[in-house]
Design a protein around this ligand. Structure first.
Ligand code: SF4
Ligand code: SF4
Length: 205
């Protein structure tokens, strides 16, 4: 069996691992020689210079970058103006004002939509708490990290800058609900006829 008893030094004192380690051996070179030796050794190491912006860096897939306000497949906005993202933000970076949808002017399924939406990138710390708080998965984060600018005003992004682009088959709001008569039709999948046993769960896209 291995002896795990701490080593004892002369006089019965117990040696403490780490704190009582032996001091490093002194170099025979004078201090300037040691310094230049370190510099000289670097010349033979692999260069890790990033050629940004000529070669843009590829981020990890789940990198927290600029936010996106997403749309439903028919183009209506997923944001319902609930302000939960703004309340969750520890940096007070989000400003939301909700508005009422009407049958003549509808921007999202349901009663409300995000009439004003702003994110202040001078404050944002990219923690992702806002996207965790969003109940409709309207707010997500992209991998875009190029957010520098030369003035403060342009770093407050507006709803128009944050909205996801319209994909083929989408229609620019305002327009009526195209995916059903009720807002639940946008969030709850209907049973799969090919597999009726498959559970019907809330949409998370
Ligand atoms: S990522 Fe964090 S700091 Fe930035 S807006 Fe969201 S909650 Fe606020
Ligand atoms: S982005 Fe999400 S949490 Fe924020 S106001 Fe819109 S629906 Fe609510």
């Amino acid at each position: 069996m291995t002896d795990t008893t701490p080593a004892r030094r002369s006089g019965g004192e117990v040696a403490r691992p780490g704190r009582d380690a032996k001091p490093p051996r002194r170099s025979v070179l004078p201090a300037p020689g040691q310094g230049f030796g370190l510099t000289f050794a670097q010349m033979f190491k692999k260069v890790t210079t990033e050629e940004y912006p000529f070669e843009p860096k590829v981020t990890k897939p789940r990198y927290h970058g600029r936010h996106v306000l997403n749309r439903h497949p028919d183009g209506l906005e997923k944001c319902v103006g609930c302000e939960l993202c703004a309340w969750a933000c520890p940096a007070d970076a989000i400003y939301v004002e909700g508005g009422d949808n009407t049958e003549d002017e509808r921007y999202s399924p349901g009663e409300r939509y995000g009439r004003v939406y702003q994110i202040n990138y001078l404050r944002c710390i990219f923690c992702g708490l806002c996207i965790e708080a969003c109940p409709t998965r309207s707010l997500t984060m992209s991998n875009d990290f190029e957010l520098a600018d030369d003035n403060r005003r342009d770093l407050i992004y507006t709803k128009e800058q944050l909205m996801a682009p319209l994909l083929p088959g989408m229609e620019a709001p305002p327009h009526p609900m195209r995916l059903g008569d009720d807002e639940k039709d946008y969030y709850v999948r209907t049973p799969n006829p090919a597999n009726p046993a498959e559970p019907v769960v809330g949409e998370k896209v």
